[in-house]
Design a protein around this ligand. Structure first.
Ligand SMILES: Cc1cc2nc3c(=O)[nH]c(=O)nc-3n(C[C@H](O)[C@H](O)[C@H](O)COP(=O)(O)OP(=O)(O)OC[C@H]3O[C@@H](n4cnc5c(N)ncnc54)[C@H](O)[C@@H]3O)c2cc1C
Length: 393
């Protein structure tokens, strides 16, 4: 793999940076973190601008409305967007980063015609209805039932931790269609419009104060059979395709943001005085900053490897699990480092420190070891698929 950028890639970077510099100042201010409807409209407006300028679905194939960018152009896009402060995918994340790519590989032409353009324009917001109160890590234990009745499935059950469920138009929904089959073989992947009668969405308030998670209740909801992606009872395989995207490149933007946050912490360590000396004078703090930067660089190299593998095979393999496992740990240590830098000041209110929202970052960092498969589950995947260890019983 040649890691140097070609002339075309350098030109792409310059054009994109120019466009971002002229477009971003016109953007309305970002709504508050808990204004989910406002955020939905704000993100959609940004997505429409990307669409008009030819940057929406940067890595989606051209025949599906994307830009068909090379893996390196995709990384350049993420780097420049972070560097120049473009909006990150929040409620557009599921549609753009895993539902859309799953549809491209698995859906019918008619389904794609109904959804892909809307996702790219920001008109269709998607959520993920996989987890249930009794099925998280053991997702195949899910029990939301779908009973075939004519041209519909009649769905009854409950999903939980559905991010942005309160503003979503569609849901990638896993249901049990054959309760008698072995658990992985009786599941089906459905496209569920969120405005169907019988669906109730209840936001959940979390420890960090937000309520982006929802519970979603289904009471005899009729979903057309035409909304099925893949064959009946083949939903587990389709869900694995979804996961490969979710665990693959979905966190790249956040990785770049983490490098910036580490630089902010290093800067803070130079300003903060503890026991009469700058925190920066503490060898252990400087050592940890150095280690973390080296590990972020290694994760960036791993990302390039994963992305180039995805370009060859169409999906990201277990390299996505290696990335996620390690990155979750780096984020946890960033939180501990912030605490070490600030010492007792971490419980005081200081304007310039509050602006960094270190407490909020620390709480949010914990979610990385849970979302899209916990760290223990990533270890199981790496053990079985990379190291060839015996399968978990
Ligand atoms: C920020 C965030 C966003 C999310 N968004 C969504 C969403 O939009 N849609 C959605 O469907 N879900 C979503 N989730 C839910 C997420 O997928 C689940 O929380 C996750 O899969 C873990 O399931 P659980 O919470 O039921 O924990 P459990 O599965 O009950 O796990 C509890 C503990 O047991 C451990 N454990 C369980 N099984 C094993 C095993 N076999 N080997 C070793 N250890 C094990 C786990 O690692 C964990 O530490 C989100 C979660 C987070 C944090």
């Amino acid at each position: 793999m040649d890691l140097r950028l070609t002339d075309d890639e350098l030109r792409f970077r310059a054009e994109l940076a120019d466009w971002l510099r002229t477009t971003l100042p016109d953007l309305d201010p970002r709504p508050a973190d808990d204004d989910y409807l406002g955020l939905r409209h704000w993100e959609a407006a940004w997505q429409q601008r990307l669409y008009d300028a030819g940057y929406a679905g940067i890595h989606w194939p051209r025949e599906f409305g994307g830009r068909g960018a090379t893996p390196f152009e995709h990384l350049i896009y993420l780097e420049e967007s972070q560097r120049l402060g473009a909006p990150e995918a929040g409620c557009t994340f599921v549609g753009l980063l895993h539902a859309g790519p799953t549809l491209i590989l698995e859906a019918t032409a008619e389904q794609n015609a109904r959804h892909l353009d809307g996702i790219l324009r920001g008109d269709q917001i998607w959520c993920q209805g996989f987890s249930e109160p009794g099925a998280g890590s053991d997702l195949a234990a899910l029990s939301t039932r779908a009973i075939r009745d004519g041209d519909d499935y009649v769905v009854t059950g409950q999903k939980i931790w559905t991010s942005f469920g309160q503003v979503a138009d569609f849901c990638e929904l896993l249901v049990r269609t054959d309760p008698d089959a072995p658990k992985h073989r009786g599941i089906t992947w459905l496209i569920c419009p969120m405005d169907l009668p019988g669906i109730e969405v209840r936001p959940i308030r979390t420890a960090s104060g937000g309520s982006e998670f929802c519970e979603v209740f289904f009471d005899e909801v009729r979903i057309p059979v035409a909304n099925r992606v893949g064959a009946e009872n083949d939903g587990w395989r389709v869900a694995m395709v979804t996961f490969s995207f979710e665990r693959g490149t979905g966190f790249v933007g956040s990785l770049i943001a983490t490098s910036r946050e580490l630089a902010e912490l290093a800067e803070l360590a130079r300003r903060v005085t503890r026991r009469g000396a700058p925190a920066w004078d503490d060898d252990s703090i400087r050592r940890e900053i150095g280690h973390l930067q080296a590990e972020l660089d290694a994760l960036w190299a791993l990302t390039k490897r994963n992305v180039s593998q995805a370009a060859r095979t169409g999906i990201v393999g277990p390299g996505g699990s290696v990335f996620k496992l390690y990155y979750a740990d780096v984020l946890r240590r960033m939180g501990e480092l912030a605490q070490q830098v600030l010492g007792r000041l971490s419980i005081a209110h200081l304007d310039d420190v509050d602006a960094l929202d270190l407490g909020g970052r620390r709480l949010r960092a914990l979610t990385m070891g849970i979302a899209a498969g916990t760290s223990q589950i990533q270890r199981n995947i790496i053990g079985e698929r990379v190291l060839g260890l015996p399968k978990e019983r």
